[in-house]
Design a binder for this molecule. Structure first.
Ligand code: WT7
Length: 633
């Protein structure tokens, strides 16, 4: 839950066995070493990748905040994820074990995955996709999603993956912003035994964003879909053509060339296209995954996120493959057909590392201990958490019932913008439930007041990052001014990156993330902007004005409450509330649907016209409203 509830004196120490096997055995020593010379530290990490040409300069600060990493270096992340393994014994190693929700299975070795990627890369080339072109990807959690992302990267194009839970308008906006001419999708996706009709959403989104010329459709659910002649092609048909040859050279990319755009919510209604690059991102994600999850060749690693979010980009697709790991991927819902689906997957495949979100843990915890207790979870070695603060109760349950008190929990704090883990334990450090512990080696942070002064232990402040890091976002796609303003203007003098989070440090230097301090709400770990939901509501013909807030919720972390002022002459009714929810479901997606909508005649505003969300939040929870002296009459 998002309420702050620290357990600052509750320690969990790693076993000797865990520490002995850990890649980072002495956190303090490595942190100090990296801190003394971050460029040397990152250069050392970068050497474990395959470069077509070495870099000339590790970090170029001359045009800050537009930092450049590994300047002059030539690399391709897909080459590092696949081609280099094909030359070793790893070509026969399992890369992906995939289980579909209905129970079907696909196992791909590195060799097989490499071939599939090469084939689809050639298909894309055949469709006219070139280096630098943007390709939008809107799919369920199927192996073809990973194949598609890697194929795009291999030919030097830029992927923009839109999470399959988004709907028409959200998809159309993202297509438009990226100016994608090619879109890859599925006919449908399985969710709790029913079909989510992705292709229907695509048809409507493309009608609204007509820049798309080609749609490639993976057949997953095999229900009837409309295929538009000359625009829509079946993936399997294209993969059977002679152009789908199984060899494809990786495009030689500059380290700073764009790899992908991933849209995330900010403080305005327009989503931000976060841009990441081939070189720094490859170095950063692979180093952090190796250090935090201690991946070994015999591990079976399961990151239960969706590849459509940054967690999936970094820690399902790229980093595990760069490290040559074996990953488990599951398509559907955790409680389908029964609440032990996840625990059965761990038992069936011998999963050793499970990485998921607090909202999923809390959701599964509610079904009771009997479901995990009936399954053999003894293969587990490490657990992970991401997306929002984990409340100590959920942490203890995860530790005791799932990890059998043998598995340290890596609570990883990071963001779409950071590319990879920033504040996180490594397996050899002692833990406190609910704290992401300390920054990783090479990362310098502080918690400060508005003047940039460090706040003392136990006090809240804003979390800032004080040194650039290789996985950092390079810009907001098409909007460098917004990039500067959003992240680098609050502490311009100091050159610090503003995270948007409030945090606190305890006497031991452990960091406790409290939550967002901007107009971003985390619902089930998904990031939503209040302005996005508000503009979705006012796009309905009955709504004149709206205000949206996040209210703490036991399972989802936060839920959305919406207040709407209706246009003159519109009747308030429960049917209209349902119609508005449906409208949001279609415009943005199910994750953005308000749990509650209230019709009001006025909204609390400051005299300058800014909505006082703080007052709405207090009222909704029956709490004192605090200082309302700036409230307009
Ligand atoms: C925001 C970023 C990074 C992958 C998923 C989220 C919150 C993330 C934690 C954590 C407390 C966390 C922050 C952050 N957050 N991880 N371990 N403890 N809060 O990426 O959607 O870009 O959201 O998620 O508020 O700013 P994202």
């Amino acid at each position: 839950m998002s309420e702050f509830n620290p357990a600052t004196n509750e320690w969990y120490h790693p076993s000797k066995e865990i520490t002995r096997g850990a890649r980072v055995k002495d956190y303090e020593k490595l942190y100090a070493e990296a801190d003394a010379d971050i460029e040397a530290y990152w250069a050392k990490q970068a050497k474990s990748l395959d470069w077509f040409k070495p870099w000339k300069q590790v970090l170029d600060r001359s045009n800050a905040p537009f930092y450049k990493w590994f300047v002059g270096g030539k690399i391709n992340i897909a080459y590092n994820a696949l081609d280099r393994h094909i030359k070793t014994w790893r070509k026969n190693k399992v890369a992906l074990i995939w289980e579909g929700e209905p129970g079907d299975k696909v196992v791909l070795s590195y060799w097989r995955l490499w071939k599939e990627v090469n084939k689809f890369a050639n298909v894309l080339k055949g469709m006219g996709v070139k280096k630098g072109d943007r390709v939008t990807v809107y799919m369920g959690r199927v192996p073809e999603l990973i194949i598609t992302m890697l194929a795009i990267a291999k030919i030097g194009a830029i992927h923009s993956v839109v999470y399959g839970g988004f709907s028409e308008q959200a998809l159309a906006d993202r297509i438009e912003d990226a100016q994608s001419r090619v879109l890859v999708t599925c006919d449908g996706a399985w969710l709790r035994g029913s079909i989510v009709k992705l292709k229907d959403v695509v048809d409507e989104a493309v009608r609204r964003a007509p820049i798309v010329e080609t749609v490639i459709v993976v057949k997953r659910t095999a229900h009837d879909v409309r295929m538009e002649q000359g625009r829509d092609y079946w993936y399997h048909d294209l993969m059977a053509l002679p152009i789908a040859s199984p060899t494809c050279e990786s495009e030689v990319m500059d380290a700073e060339d764009p790899l992908f755009i991933l849209y995330t919510s900010g403080t305005t209604g327009k989503p931000k296209g976060i841009l990441h690059t081939h070189g720094g991102y490859a170095v950063y994600t692979s180093t952090t995954l190796a250090n935090v999850f201690d991946i070994k060749d015999d591990d079976r690693y399961w990151c239960a996120a969706d590849p459509g979010w940054i967690t999936g980009h970094s820690y399902i697709v790229y980093a595990p493959l760069i490290l040559g790991a074996t990953s488990v991927i599951y398509e559907g819902a955790p409680n389908h057909p029964y609440p032990d689906r996840w625990w059965r997957i761990i038992e069936d495949y011998g999963v050793t590392i499970l990485y998921t979100a607090p909202t999923a843990i809390r959701g599964l915890m509610r079904f009771g201990d009997m479901w995990p207790s009936r399954r053999d979870l003894s293969s587990l070695r490490l657990l992970g958490s991401v997306g929002e603060p984990i409340n100590p109760e959920a942490w203890r349950w995860y530790h005791r019932v799932i990890g059998k008190e043998n598995c340290p929990i890596m609570d990883t704090w990071w963001q779409t913008e950071t590319g990879g883990f920033m504040i996180s334990p490594v397996p050899s450090v002692s833990l406190k439930p609910g704290s992401a512990t300390r920054p990783l080696p090479g990362i310098k942070i502080d918690i400060v007041d508005e003047h940039g002064e460090s706040v003392p232990p136990g006090h809240d402040g804003v979390l800032v990052i004080q040194q650039p890091w290789p996985g950092m976002l390079r810009t907001i796609y098409g909007d460098p001014e917004r990039f500067k303003k959003q992240y680098w203007s609050a502490f311009e003098k100091q050159g610090w990156y503003l995270t948007g989070d409030t945090a606190r440090r305890d006497e031991d230097g452990y960091v406790w993330i409290i939550g967002r301090n901007d107009d971003v709400i985390k619902v089930s770990g998904y990031r939503l902007g209040t302005a996005e939901v508000e503009s979705g509501l006012v796009s309905h013909p009955s709504v004149a004005e709206s205000a949206v807030i996040g209210i703490p919720d036991e399972v989802k972390g936060n839920i959305i409450y919406a207040y709407c002022i209706l246009k003159a002459g519109i009747q308030k009714s429960d049917e209209l509330k349902e119609a508005l929810k449906d409208h949001i479901r279609h415009e943005i997606g199910p994750i953005a649907v308000p749990a509650k909508i209230d019709f009001v005649d006025v909204l609390p505003k400051t005299r300058s016209g800014k909505i006082m969300r703080r007052v709405l939040r207090a009222r909704a929870q029956g709490l004192p409203e605090g200082d309302t002296s700036t409230l307009e009459e």
